[in-house]
Design a protein around this ligand. Sequence first.
Ligand code: SF4
Length: 371
Amino acid sequence: MTIVPLDRTQTANGASGPRPVLEANGLTKHFPVRAQLAWPPAAAGRGPHRAVVHAVEDVTLALPRAGITAVVGESGSGKSTLARLLAQLITPTAGRVLLDGAAAPGRRRYARQVQLVLQDPFSSLNPVHKVRYHLARPLRVHGLARGSNLDGQITELLGRVALSPAFADKYPHELSGGQRQRVAIARALAMRPRVLLADEPVSMLDVSIRLGVLNLLAGLRDREGLAILYVTHDIASARYLADVIAVMYAGQVIESGPAAQVTDAPAHPYTQLLLSAAPDPDRAQAPSLRGRGAPPNLIRPPAGCRFHPRCPLAMAICTQETPAAIQVAPGHSSACWLHATGLSAAQSRPLAGRRPLIEQQPNQTGGEEKR
Ligand code: SF4
């Protein structure tokens, strides 16, 4: 299944523009399964029939300059694997990564252009070294250190992430979580990359300091024109930060489009489920979710639509055929049979026992619950 968040000649706001900086074309990643991890063990198979985890399946997306694309999904949806594929830390089973429309260059040159920021800033910084070391090392390794002006380069990097020069002489344990993540971002910026892949950059931070890091990423987009991939399970923060949202489920992109449109008018039942679970200050009472279930086993993913075992709106065809991406609005696509026309009565027959996705509950004023 392929969904492209934006036309390849469009920028994040939908206007025509230059080709995206980074593109993924049909990226797929299957991890072989060891026999002791497969159940039953015989399911691991042998030789060419060995079982695999279908972690990422045929994902196509484009990261434009000065744009933030959010990849949203629950744990195990494949979003972090996608970030690692884009960082070229792991090799795809199929598909290609294009930088400026051409095959990605060698690892060292690629790393100068595309940098990954990890979720846990404490484990990504060496505790025995000061911040100065962490920022100087990539400059030296990539031949960017300018002799006696190295201190000036470090001060400039700290300034880009809104930290004072005094932080250069601190150890990671002397920093707060937010400050550590800013140092990790500064280290990624040392090579002046054009693409930043941020894998859950705020999920380990206190709620009170998440906003500062999100605003820092927005500033890097606006001031420096970075193309940013923001990986998160929090669709509310994706709406706040991103220009485009791609929703992943069980290794596939199932909906994508402009962030406001995906969150204001979600077209896919799974996106509706994610949004119903997101905090909403206007909602007087939490909705009652039905058909929530658990993510599928990716060694043997469900046939047809992978969401069908959990989908309260599933129809007969959903268990048999994989839905293609269907455009529901300009730049907004959803891979769901509900948007298809011309289904036969047999194909559109609801599965037995399926009920509405969200049970509407009367609020205290007697009206309907707001979704
Ligand atoms: Fe998938 Fe069918 Fe539900 Fe759409 S209606 S999300 S195709 S199971």
